[in-house]
Design a protein around this ligand. Structure first.
Ligand code: GLA
Length: 473
């Protein structure tokens, strides 16, 4: 398990998930084709590829795993798909140093019409605890009309929350009600994360009538077939609800599933990490390409996501530009302050052409200005070292060697083991894999300028030279 140094604080729910959960879920790539061998082979591969040691910890089994209830009313695992039973699967996953997640719905059926848990919460929670389950993804289908106001949804989801807690086993509780009834307003007292949008699809910026909302708040029909940019642009209005113990879940990653270009997947992964979303890989890791492994295992990006501040990203500005057939073109500036005072800056070009993008310290640190002073905040008066967070991206040759099991040398610029040293400690120690590539600095009078290709993002870590000098003394 990754090392996480987080001081004890008072937290709202069960004390779990101080930083966003990471792992793998079968749904995006496999749908209902689930089995014992899929889970166990995936778990082993996640270890072999170094992904467990980067923090991908939960192996989550999604819908379609049960064959109904037995005469005592307990859920039964489908014995054709899981011939050795779920306890065995859990034991095997645990023996690899990973954790096991399962799925159900706060309804009478799951979304794929398997048995749901509404009305059977206490029984199901006890059963899962006895199997050694560490994580529940709890969906919203067939909820018998028990939705429509935050209170109705809260009450329905709260039953499972209490049931899980009463088992005495630490079980992460992740809501999947697609932002219905605005869970970011109430779920932090009963759960560890909450989906904030309809289901993702493997598209970058494609409008789809089946995902009609462009804002999360008050969206009456979250739908599905939501693109990366659609989900991303629902985040700014709800980012203040991000906190240790509860995160807005932007849905499972599509990296590796083939529907987007390399740079679009870089945007997807970077912006999910930046927005403190859970990072659940959603692809077949057994056939992962070198390029996709390089994206999913960039420690400089993961360390932002796992920052103990649990802070959210802020979209500082967005301008609409050259629309194309894939949707509205836009460019935006995103920032996120980290616990050690570093600042992350993302220049995102979701427009249809390559372009030069600019920003300044004044813009980056707007949030530090207050209405009561005309003085620049101290951040705007400092000089900052600039690190390119994709500058040390693992080459395809190196990633291929890891995939083929032929990698001989550990590359300190590209690889990181968070089970040995926490991301926080590694960042403090200026670990190259976490900081990225040093490319210069920016002073108060300068403009930060970057060439940002069509459908891509440039990600920087800014570290104040003042604080760096203090660290080194
Ligand atoms: C819903 C969820 C998905 C997935 C499917 C399974 O659509 O939002 O993430 O779990 O159900 O049927």
């Amino acid at each position: 398990m990754p090392v996480v140094n987080i001081p004890e604080v008072s937290y709202p729910y069960n004390g779990l998930n101080m930083v966003p959960q990471m792992g793998w879920d079968n749904w995006n790539a496999f749908g209902c084709s689930v089995s014992e061998s899929l889970l166990l082979n995936t778990a082993k591969k996640i270890v072999d590829l170094g992904l467990r040691d980067l923090g991908y910890e939960y192996i989550v089994l999604d819908d379609c795993w049960s064959s109904g209830r037995n005469s005592s009313g307990y859920l039964v695992a489908d014995s054709a798909k899981f011939p050795s039973g779920m306890k065995y699967v859990a034991d095997q996953i645990h023996s690899l140093g990973l954790k096991f997640g399962i799925y159900s719905s706060a309804g009478v059926m799951t979304c794929a019409r398997y048995e749901g848990s509404l009305g059977n919460e206490w029984k199901d929670a006890r059963l899962w605890a006895s199997w050694g389950i560490d994580y529940l993804k709890y969906d919203n289908c067939f909820n018998q009309g028990q939705s429509g106001t935050p209170k109705i949804s809260f009450d329905r989801y709260s039953v499972m929350s209490q049931a899980l807690k009463s088992t005495g086993r630490p079980i992460l509780y992740t809501l999947c009600n697609w932002g219905n009834d605005d869970p970011y307003d109430w779920a932090q007292t009963i759960a560890n994360s909450g989906r904030m949008s309809g289901d993702i699809s493997d598209t970058f910026n494609k409008p789809d009538a089946r995902c009609p909302c462009t804002e999360a708040v008050g969206c009456p029909w979250p739908g599905f077939h939501c693109s990366v940019m659609n989900i991303l642009n629902k985040m700014p209005a709800i980012q203040s609800r991000t906190m240790s113990g509860y995160f807005n879940d932007m849905d499972m990653l599509e990296v590796g599933n083939g529907g987007q270009s390399d740079s679009e997947y870089v945007v997807h992964f970077s912006m999910w990490a930046m927005n403190a979303s859970p990072l659940l890989m959603g692809t077949n890791v057994e056939t992962l390409s070198a390029a996709d492994l390089a994206i999913l295992s960039n420690p400089a990006i993961i360390s932002i996501n796992q920052d103990p501040s649990a802070s959210a990203a802020v979209r500082k500005w967005r301008y609409f530009v050259d629309p194309d057939e894939t949707g509205e073109g836009e460019i935006s500036l995103w920032t996120r302050g980290l616990s050690n005072g570093d600042m992350i800056v993302a220049l995102l070009n979701a427009g249809n052409t390559d372009r030069i993008m600019n920003t300044t310290l004044s813009e980056i640190f707007t949030g530090r200005r207050t209405t009561s002073t005309f003085l620049s905040p101290k951040e705007v008066q400092a000089t900052w070292d600039l690190y390119d967070l994709w500058g040390n991206r693992m080459t395809n040759d190196e990633a291929a060697a890891i995939i083929n099991g032929t990698a001989t040398n550990w590359n300190n610029n590209t690889r990181y083991n968070a089970t040995v040293k926490s991301y926080q400690d590694g960042t403090r120690d200026n670990d190259a894999a976490l900081l990225g590539k040093h490319i210069g600095s920016i002073s108060p009078s300068e403009t930060l300028t970057a060439e940002v290709a069509r459908h891509s993002v440039v990600m920087y870590r800014l570290r104040s030279q003042g604080s760096r000098m203090r660290d080194e003394l």
